[in-house]
Design a protein around this ligand. Structure first.
Ligand code: GUN
Ligand code: FE
Length: 411
């Protein structure tokens, strides 16, 4: 199979560029990449060639932070974080008490994400162990690349969603043993956030993640009130709570990071932990706006996520667009469209330590999109990548490949 068109490739300086060329697949992987020539013999009519001069060939998008159990509450508007959790989120997550419902919700959610061009995710399930098992199984069946964690919480949530720390740690350990880090679908150690975890649970999570060399997912400094409560509950700064529990590693993904003080930022940079910027969720819950430039100057490595269901966008292109607009509103250094395309592909892959994802690279898994834009993005003297990002329409996605197999086709 040969995919031909304008290839979205890295420009070598944290951005992307488009170059005419073709990509040859061999089974599940990218076997060959050729720039400048549309097909091996300049012949578009040979068999097994798809795409064309009006198409983009793009790595599948990666969403570095979302909740698979929260698709049903997308759009539940009007409440700030902690009340949104109590009134909309926890009741919705309670439904995963039924593992079969969890499996069918996961299947639908993944189909939606793939339909929007997302082929890799770092996601939260719920506190329910059996539901999380089913969620991991379904992700594997669907063929997406995924990090998924059982949500760990033992306090400050409804009793039906809390478990004893020891039980949660045993359950998370067994998931990590079945889905180790090197698998296409791997378990992530996922203490929800400091407020819903005892010190025992946080420390146990840190220890387990070190033993298993697993990715850690949690939230940090999303709202001011949350930060004040963390200070009251633990008597220390937010990042110190995680640091003392052994949770700040280079495999740690921290959602949000809006209200970090200089010491927090230093601590995260030293640990090489990643902040996952979730601009659509932040505007939806009116949490505030993350200062991307300040974090980058530290430097802290950034990823980007939809944070569904606080985030309302399934499309990572639109999430990236919101990142640009957030920086513009803050009046700070505004990422270019080229950097924004990079952030939802290779940038997120790097943050997740996925060396064979998010980029067109020989030997990488063939998780690819064929996109046929309906606007004239090539002719104007403005930046084509900006026109494509701000003019984006999900209906442009023609084909989605997962591991070299056609997962979705729209024409
Ligand atoms: N903080 C703790 N849990 C959550 C969650 O589910 N969503 C968001 N946006 N923030 C959180
Ligand atoms: Fe979240």
């Amino acid at each position: 199979m040969i995919l031909t068109g304008h290839l979205l490739i890295e420009d070598g300086s944290g951005g992307c560029q488009l170059r005419t060329g073709h990509v040859k697949l061999d089974g599940e992987i990218i076997a060959e990449i050729s720039l400048d020539e549309l097909t091996p013999r300049g012949n578009r009519s040979i068999q097994g060639v798809i795409g064309g001069h009006d198409c983009l060939i793009c790595p599948g998008f990666i969403d570095a932070h979302l909740h698979l159990s929260q698709f049903g509450i997308i759009g539940a508007h009007g409440l700030p974080l902690l009340r949104w959790l109590e009134e909309f989120t926890f009741p919705e997550e309670n439904k995963w008490n039924d593992p079969e419902l969890a499996a069918s919700t996961t299947a639908t959610a993944l189909e939606e994400l793939v339909g929007h061009g997302t082929t890799g995710i770092a996601a939260y399930a719920t506190v329910h162990h059996e539901a999380t098992r089913r969620c991991l199984q379904v992700a594997e069946q669907k063929g997406v690349r995924a990090l998924i964690g059982q949500v760990l919480m033992d306090c400050n949530a409804p009793a039906s969603l809390c478990r004893p720390a020891a039980q949660l740690l045993n359950e998370a350990e067994s998931l990590g043993a079945k889905y180790p880090p090197n698998r296409r679908v791997a378990a992530a150690v996922t203490p929800r956030f400091a407020l819903s975890c005892s010190e025992e649970l946080l420390r146990g999570s840190g220890k387990l993640a070190t033993e298993q060399q697993a990715t850690i997912q949690t939230h940090i400094a999303e709202t001011k009130i949350e930060c004040q409560q963390v200070q009251r509950q633990f008597g220390k700064r937010y990042s110190q709570v995680y640091c003392d529990a052994g949770l700040l590693t280079e495999r740690t993904l921290l959602g949000h990071g809006i209200y970090l003080d200089p010491l927090d930022r230093q601590q995260l940079a030293t640990a090489n932990s990643k902040i996952v910027h979730c601009p659509t969720a932040n505007s939806f819950l009116r949490s505030g706006e993350m200062h991307r430039q300040t974090l980058m100057e530290e430097p802290i490595q950034l990823a980007i996520g939809s944070d569904i269901g606080a985030g309302y966008e399934r499309s990572m292109v639109r999430v990236a667009r919101e990142m640009i607009l957030t920086a513009a509103r803050l009046g700070t250094s505004v990422p270019s469209a080229s950097e924004a395309w990079y952030s939802i592909t290779a940038g997120n892959a790097d943050a997740l330590s996925w060396l064979d994802a998010g980029r067109l690279r020989v030997g990488a898994s063939a998780d690819l999109l064929i996109i046929r834009p309906s606007i004239d993005w090539q002719s104007a003297n403005s930046d084509p990548l900006s026109k494509l990002m701000f003019g984006w329409d999900d209906r442009w996605i023609q084909h989605v490949f997962l591991r070299g197999k056609l997962a979705r086709s729209y024409n």
